[in-house]
Design a protein around this ligand. Structure first.
Ligand code: M6R
Length: 365
C-alpha cells in the first residue's frame, strides 16, 4: 500500500526517520548513549586483525561508508569489495578475521557466494539483512537485521540508511571493544546518531525545493557527483540512484580524483552535485568545486548553513542539509540524493518503482 504517495519509492524515502529510529533502538541504548552489540555476534573485536565487508550495489556502498567508520573510530583495518569480484579473486584472509555481508533481500547470489567463501576461509561471519529467514541470514554464523520493513521499490532507499545506521553503531561498539575511543567519545557518537531521525525529518521538508532542482538536473545528459571521505560513497550512491531510475547518465567520483580525468567532461551542460558538509575536508572539496566552476560546470551544492554561508553564493543551485556531527553526514546526505533521483525520474516519466532491466533481488550471478 502506497498510502498517500504516488510511488513506493516516495513512501520508502518518507519512512526513513521512523525506520532509522527503530533500527537504531536495537543497536544503541538511548539513555546510556552506548552502542549495543547483538549477542549473536561472536566477533572478538579487540583481537580482530581485519574486517572484510562484501555486498552488491547500494548495499556495497553502505559497506564502503562503513570502512571509513571502522578505520577511523575503531582503528580496525577494513577491506570492502563488491561480491561479484570478491568471490572469484581468491583473496587470502587472516586467521583472526571477520566478515560482514550486507544484503537487503538476503538472496543476492554473488553476496551469498562471497559469504560461503568467507566461511571456507575460517572467518567469523555476520549477515546484515532486511529480510529475516532469507538464505544469507540462515547461512551466516550470525544474522543481524535492519528494521526497514518491506522495501518494494527496486531502488534501495530506506534499507540503505538502515544499513548505515547499524554499521555506524557496530563501528562504535568495535571502537569501544578495541579501546580506540573513550566512554565519553562513545556517548558523543551515539548521541549524534540518536539525532538522525530528527534531522532526516527536517530534510524531507525541503522536498519541494529538491524537486525543483531535480527538474533542472533532468535536462542534462550527464551528471557528476563529487564527495570526499565518508561522503564519497554517497556520491557513488547518488549517481547509482539517478542512473537506475531516471536513465540519465551519472558518475560519482572522489572529489580529489576529478583532476585525474573526469574534469575533461565539464562544460556548461554538466551539472555537478557536490556533497560537502562543513567538516574538516570542506575546504578541499570547495577547491575541487571551484575548478568545476572555472570551466563553466553547473554546481549543485549540498551543504549545511555554515557551508552555504561560506560558498553558497557562486553556485547554480543549493540544497540545505542540517548541520550535524560528521558521523551522521552519510545518513543525512543520502536523503537529498535519493530525492533528486526520484524527482528527476518522475519528471522524465519513467517507471520509478520498476525501472527497466532491473529486478528487486538478483538471484542469478
Ligand atoms: O538485496 P541486496 O541488498 O543484496 O541487493 C543488492 C543490489 O542489487 C541493490 O542494492 C541494487 O543495487 C539496488 N537496486 C540499488 O538501488
Amino acid at each position: 500500500d502506497k498510502g498517500k504517495h504516488r510511488h513506493f519509492m516516495a513512501k520508502e524515502i518518507a519512512e526513513q526517520p521512523e525506520v532509522v529510529g527503530r533500527t537504531l533502538a536495537e543497536y544503541a541504548d538511548f539513555s546510556e548513549r552506548a552502542a549495543r552489540l547483538p549477542e549473536q555476534v561472536k566477533i572478538d573485536f579487540a583481537k580482530l586483525d581485519r574486517l572484510t565487508i562484501t555486498a552488491c550495489g547500494t548495499a556495497y556502498l553502505a559497506g564502503l561508508t562503513a570502512k571509513y567508520w571502522f578505520e577511523r573510530y575503531a582503528r580496525l583495518p577494513t577491506e570492502v569489495d563488491i561480491a561479484s569480484e570478491f568471490r572469484y579473486r581468491e583473496a587470502p584472509m587472516p586467521k583472526n578475521g571477520a566478515a560482514i555481508v550486507i544484503s537487503q533481500s538476503g538472496e543476492t547470489a554473488d553476496t551469498l557466494a562471497a559469504l560461503r567463501y568467507c566461511k571456507s576461509q575460517g572467518q567469523e561471519t555476520v549477515a546484515l539483512v532486511n529480510v529475516p529467514g532469507s538464505t544469507i541470514a540462515r547461512e551466516a554464523d550470525a544474522a543481524i537485521f535492519t528494521y526497514a520493513g518491506p522495501e518494494i521499490g527496486v531502488a534501495s532507499t530506506k534499507a540503505f540508511t538502515c544499513q548505515l545506521t547499524v554499521l555506524a553503531a557496530l563501528a562504535v561498539a568495535a571502537a569501544k571493544a578495541r579501546g580506540a575511543i573513550t566512554r565519553e567519545q562513545e556517548r558523543e557518537l551515539i548521541g549524534a546518531l540518536i539525532e538522525a531521525p530528527r534531522h532526516m525529518a527536517e530534510i524531507l521538508k525541503e522536498e519541494k525545493h529538491i524537486a525543483d532542482v531535480a527538474r533542472e538536473v533532468a535536462h542534462a545528459q550527464d551528471v557528476l557527483y563529487l564527495g570526499r571521505g565518508v561522503n564519497y560513497p554517497i556520491a557513488l550512491e547518488g549517481a547509482l540512484k539517478l542512473k537506475e531510475i531516471s536513465y540519465i547518465h551519472a558518475e560519482g567520483y572522489a572529489a580529489g580524483e576529478l583532476k585525474h580525468g573526469p574534469i575533461a567532461l565539464i562544460d556548461e551542460n554538466v551539472p555537478v552535485i557536490v556533497i560537502a558538509p562543513r567538516d574538516d575536508l570542506f575546504d578541499k572539496t570547495v577547491s575541487n568545486m571551484e575548478e568545476v566552476a572555472a570551466r563553466g560546470g553547473k554546481i549543485v551544492l549540498l551543504t549545511d548553513d555554515e557551508g552555504l554561508e561560506a560558498h553558497g553564493q557562486r553556485t547554480f543551485q543549493r540544497i540545505r542539509v542540517p548541520r550535524a556531527h560528521s558521523i551522521l553526514s552519510p545518513l543525512l546526505y543520502a536523503l537529498p540524493v535519493q530525492l533528486l533521483a526520484y524527482h528527476a525520474a518522475v519528471f522524465m516519466g519513467t517507471d520509478v518503482d520498476q525501472p527497466r532491466n532491473l529486478a528487486k533481488s538478483v538471484t542469478v550471478e
